[in-house]
Design a protein around this ligand. Structure first.
Ligand SMILES: Cc1cc2nc3c(=O)[nH]c(=O)nc-3n(C[C@H](O)[C@H](O)[C@H](O)COP(=O)(O)O)c2cc1C
Length: 369
């Protein structure tokens, strides 16, 4: 029987005490008609809190930029009705003993024009360049870029006012912040483009503005090397570049970095430390000195993109992941599909009921429990 105790040791990010190392990964559900969290959304999160998840990160929820999203069923994180819904979510999560932060999401140029809550609004991006590298719109002015950064801070301030425990900026997967990180989509020649430090400056600007809005509330940023549909893309091709990238985030005052991989055990720089080398969260922790969250196929045998093609995944082993956590390679482990399917996943692992864990069934995407 695997010793799961390292997963259930407390941890803290800044002043936030977490009862264990299990994080619910942010997962878009697009089940908020009207763009505000409803009774089903409240119960969905409360169930995961009752199921012993240490920290819940919400599905991506949009900032006030009108072109932030492409699906009108994704909840917003601004406006009276949406914030009232989110207040009910956090109160229910707290009542069930959980901790939670919203994931603040702006899709950038990944959003197709003509879609989302405000179909007429233009999509925002660093240079008007889409993920394929095609110039499809004009480059925004510096004032517009600063407003995009402020939009995260406005949402973060609201998160604090509502009583959330932290905020996460979605800086991964080819969305707005990641489009600033990535050379292909960022061709700016001002302080937001050029070297890797300058490409990280938009994230730094957003983090600094969030800090002014939230005071001591922990700020997490999620980053990834890969982009949607571009799984071999890399922002940093060497540990040296990665260090330059994350140092900008550290200096801006971020409290933790969530490193998105599709497979948690994949080494980030195998040419440097071999086939069993550190994963992205391991490298980022080593180079930044900050707590990191790792993620990707935890408790399952295959990665998540297949879920959108209707593919299931069988139950996978936790031993190696727990061993790495125990060695301090990373500090927290985010779990996506396994917790989506089974709100009691963490509780079952904790109480030795691993034999009750079921293979992931892609039909879980269609239900909302
Ligand atoms: C249905 C679904 C929706 C997702 N939505 C988001 C999202 O809103 N924000 C985000 O950063 N990642 C999103 N992801 C990625 C997950 O956070 C996670 O990184 C991924 O599922 C890998 O974890 P897993 O293998 O445990 O499922 C989503 C994944 C799934 C399956």
């Amino acid at each position: 029987m695997t010793d799961v105790s390292p997963l259930f040791r407390p941890f803290h990010i800044r002043g936030l005490e977490l009862k264990n190392r299990i994080v619910m990964a942010p997962m878009t559900r697009a089940r908020s008609p009207g763009a505000f969290p409803n009774d089903n959304n409240v119960a969905y999160y409360a169930r995961r809190a009752a199921g012993e998840v240490g920290l819940i990160l919400s599905e991506g929820t949009h900032t006030r930029r009108r072109g932030a999203g492409n699906d009108a069923n994704v909840p917003l994180f601004w406006g009276e009705q949406a914030l009232a819904g989110w207040k009910r979510v956090i109160d229910a999560v707290h009542a069930a003993g959980g901790k939670m932060g919203p994931q603040l999401w702006h899709q950038g140029m990944s959003r197709k024009p003509g879609t989302g809550h405000f179909p007429d609004a233009p999509s925002d991006g660093p240079s008007g360049i889409d993920l394929k590298g095609e110039k499809v719109a004009s480059e925004p002015s510096e004032a517009e870029v600063l407003d995009m950064a402020q939009a995260y801070a406005d949402a973060a301030g609201d998160a604090k006012r509502l009583g959330f425990d932290c905020v996460e900026l979605h800086g991964a997967h080819g969305y707005l912040i990641d489009e600033f990180f990535w050379e292909r989509t960022n061709q700016r020649t001002d302080r937001f483009g050029g070297s890797i430090e300058k490409r990280a400056e938009f994230a730094a600007e957003a983090i600094r503005r969030c800090r002014l809005a939230v005071g001591e509330l922990p700020i997490i940023i999620r980053i990834s090397q890969w982009k949607s549909g571009e799984f071999t893309a890399k922002v940093a091709t060497t540990p040296q570049e990665l260090e330059r990238w994350v140092k900008v985030l550290v200096n801006a005052g971020v409290d933790a970095i969530h490193c998105s991989q599709r497979r948690i055990l994949e080494p980030e720089f195998p040419a440097v430390d071999g086939p069993n080398g550190l994963n992205l969260a391991g490298w980022v922790k080593k180079l930044s000195g900050l707590p990191t969250i790792s993620v990707g196929s935890v408790g399952l045998s295959s990665e998540f993109i297949g879920a959108f093609r209707g593919e299931g995944s069988s139950v996978g082993k936790l031993d190696e992941i727990i061993a790495r956590l125990d060695r301090g390679e990373f500090d927290l482990v985010a779990v996506g599909r396994a917790v989506l399917q089974d709100p009691e996943w963490a509780l079952k692992v904790k109480t030795g009921r691993q034999n009750e864990l079921r293979d992931y069934d892609a039909k879980s995407l269609q239900t909302y429990f």
